[in-house]
Design a protein around this ligand. Structure first.
Ligand SMILES: [Zn+2]
Length: 145
C-alpha cells in the first residue's frame, strides 16, 4: 500500500491521488484513503421508495440513500488494486493544526509537505514550513497588500 502525504489547503486536509492526481479530502486521524475519482463506487447511492403524507395527500417518492453493499464492493476492489493509500501526516500535525485553526483568514490556513508530487499540484506555496515559519507568517501577514 503506497504512502500519500497530507497537506492542508484553506483549512482542509487532503492528499494527492498517485493514480489520477486528484486532491482527495482527508482528516487528521484518518490514516487510509481511497480516491473518489478513481473509485466513485465508494460513495454509491441507491434510491429507496418511501411513502409520505403531506396535507392529507399520500405519495411515494424515491429518496437517495447510501448503497452500503456497492460501497463495500468498491472498497474491496480498491484494496485489491492496491489503491487504498496510507496517509502520512507530519509528526507535529497537531501543532500545525493549532496554528491553522487560530488563523482567521482562509487564504493562510495552509501547510504543504516538501514532496515533489504535492509541489506538482500546488505550485507557488511554501513547502515543509516549520512551526516557527508558520507562526511568523500568521503573526505578520496582516500587512500583506
Ligand atoms: Zn484518483
Amino acid at each position: 500500500m503506497a504512502n500519500v502525504y497530507a497537506f492542508c489547503n484553506g483549512g482542509d486536509w487532503g492528499v494527492i491521488c498517485p493514480r489520477c492526481g486528484n486532491a482527495v479530502k482527508s482528516r487528521i486521524g484518518i490514516n487510509k484513503v481511497i480516491c473518489i475519482v478513481c473509485w466513485p463506487g465508494i460513495m454509491a447511492t441507491a434510491l429507496q421508495e418511501v411513502t409520505t403524507v403531506t396535507n392529507g395527500i399520500t405519495q411515494k417518492i424515491l429518496r437517495p440513500v447510501p448503497d452500503l453493499a456497492a460501497r463495500q464492493e468498491a472498497t474491496i476492489a480498491a484494496r485489491q488494486a492496491q489503491e487504498e493509500y496510507n496517509v502520512m501526516f507530519p509528526p507535529n500535525v497537531q501543532a500545525i493544526a493549532d496554528i491553522i485553526n487560530a488563523e482567521p483568514d482562509i487564504n493562510w490556513k495552509n501547510w504543504y509537505p516538501d514532496r515533489d508530487e504535492v509541489k506538482a499540484k500546488t505550485k507557488g506555496n511554501a513547502y515543509g514550513q516549520s512551526l516557527a515559519d508558520m507562526q511568523h507568517e500568521h503573526d505578520h501577514h496582516g500587512a500583506r497588500p
